[in-house]
Design a binder for this molecule. Structure first.
Ligand SMILES: Cc1cc2nc3c(=O)[nH]c(=O)nc-3n(C[C@H](O)[C@H](O)[C@H](O)COP(=O)(O)OP(=O)(O)OC[C@H]3O[C@@H](n4cnc5c(N)ncnc54)[C@H](O)[C@@H]3O)c2cc1C
Length: 415
């Protein structure tokens, strides 16, 4: 059997590692289009961008490991076509590679802004190490930078550039950073943190055009403001990398559609990570763009490829670092009926709980809550257990500091 993995990101790398750990010792090929070994991107908007660490601590496996484990890692040669019936992929360099099992781990890429001047020098975005190196080289203390978009990447870049002495003006839709994802209360707390650090937040505004002769000099916003700047960073969302699957027969709809075993509609072809639009037993159909999922779903997909799979039912979690604050989140709630807090978001660390039908669907902690992946102890690990139970929870107990969240977990098992 030959296994081919499309994509050398954290999902592709972890899938290869799991295949070998699970005893698969046949031909294994990773076809990638970024240089270097698979690594985690989180430091690109944080420590690596600020020059505080290199990426070696984020390698999925050390560079020599791939050769040692007889894994062929071909970089700079992306897959351009999949022939599902003929069991072959074609690469950009024109090679035709046969497979018995194929794993699609091609991730996502940044969306651009379809406005005038978007191709000027100094209009940048962040996904790869090369992107990050460009932003880092262009950001000098005292510079003025306009950030378009205040999702997770935008918010983290705003924080890092500010910490590097750059003046940041952020232009974004909505009322506050991440309001659509996290709700108004959490977004207001994040907005306060950014403002306290000196970021100018232009909520409810957008980029109308970038101005400059060859290099960016200013951004004109839809509300008519002219913001002089030396660089603009566009962080307005992503789209899944699926074009190479056109006419392959693999079903695609906002990512590659997979079932609970990470299997596509074509036998022998699987998908995982940011590109996978999965059927999840608790959260329904969704695509998740977070590191922990990419790592864990890759392992699940690898086991499925070896016919050792189990339904992938991971209770998602992710984190975001902005200044000295860490935001931790567990579960997923795209909408919710009730949101209650423990602590005071206006002044300090707090937990937020997203409820639907009386049950906890997700929880967030800003500067509080600990690691949701911990087996026990942390408040967010208790939340994870409450989410997994799907049981109705006592809302007043969630917001009551005197009630230990682990007591609620205990009362579930007692009941
Ligand atoms: C700057 C930044 C910071 C982040 N910080 C956090 C964080 O703090 N917390 C968190 O939870 N998540 C974070 N994330 C998200 C996390 O990095 C992603 O969820 C994760 O990278 C997904 O891994 P992946 O392997 O599925 O996709 P990717 O990392 O996108 O890797 C896919 C790879 O496949 C390649 N590829 C695409 N098409 C082809 C093709 N046709 N042939 C071959 N190769 C192809 C791509 O170039 C890429 O190298 C961050 C992301 C970024 C960009």
């Amino acid at each position: 059997m030959t296994v081919v993995i499309v994509g050398g990101g954290v999902a592709g790398g972890n899938a290869a590692a799991t295949l070998r750990d699970e005893g698969y010792d046949g031909p294994l090929l990773i076809l990638a289009d970024e240089p270097g070994v698979p690594f985690g991107r989180p430091p690109l908007s944080k420590t690596y961008l600020r020059g505080e660490e290199d990426l070696s601590g984020w390698f999925v496996r050390k560079p020599g490991w791939y050769r040692e484990r007889e894994i062929e890692l071909r970089t700079d040669d992306p897959v351009v076509k999949v022939d599902a019936a003929g069991r072959r992929v074609t690469t950009r360099k024109g090679e035709s590679v046969a497979f018995d099992r194929l794993l699609i781990a091609s991730g996502v890429r940044n969306r651009g802004l379809p406005v005038r001047g978007a191709d000027l020098d100094g209009v940048l975005s962040l996904r790869t190490k090369a992107d990050c190196d460009r932003i880092r080289a262009a950001a000098q203390p005292g510079d003025r930078v306009v950030l378009a978009g205040m999702g997770f990447i935008g918010s983290e870049v705003a924080a890092s550039l500010t910490q590097m002495g750059v003046h940041v003006t952020a232009v974004f839709p909505g009322t506050a950073p991440l309001a659509r994802v996290l709700g108004d209360e959490v977004a207001a707390a994040l907005a306060r943190v950014h403002r306290e650090h000196g970021v100018e937040l232009l909520a409810g505004d957008g980029v109308q055009r970038f101005e400059g002769s060859s290099r960016i000099e200013a951004v004109t916003t839809t509300s008519g403001l002219r913001l002089e700047c030396t660089m603009a960073v566009v962080a307005v969302g992503v789209q899944p990398n699926t074009e190479f699957l056109a006419n392959s027969g693999v079903a695609v709809d906002n990512g590659v559609l997979v079932d609970e075993l990470c299997a596509t509609n074509v036998p022998g072809i699987f998908a995982c990570g940011d590109v996978a639009n999965m059927a999840h037993p608790l959260f329904g159909r969704l695509r998740v763009e977070h590191y922990n999922n990419a790592e864990k779903q890759a392992a699940a997909a690898a086991r499925s490829m070896l016919s050792k799979g189990a339904p992938y039912d991971y209770t998602f979690s992710f984190w975001s670092d902005q200044y000295e604050q860490t935001l931790e989140y567990v579960g997923i709630a795209h909408s919710w009926e009730r949101f209650v807090v423990r602590g005071r978001p206006e002044v300090g660390p707090f937990l937020g709980f997203y409820l639907e039908g009386g049950a906890l669907r997700a929880a967030v902690g800003l500067g509080r809550g600990g690691d949701p992946e911990a087996e026990s102890g942390s408040e967010l690990a208790a939340c994870r257990r409450l989410i997994e139970s799907r049981a109705a929870v006592d809302i007043s107990a969630l917001s009551d500091e005197k009630v230990d969240l682990w007591e609620l977990v205990g009362s579930l098992s007692a009941g």
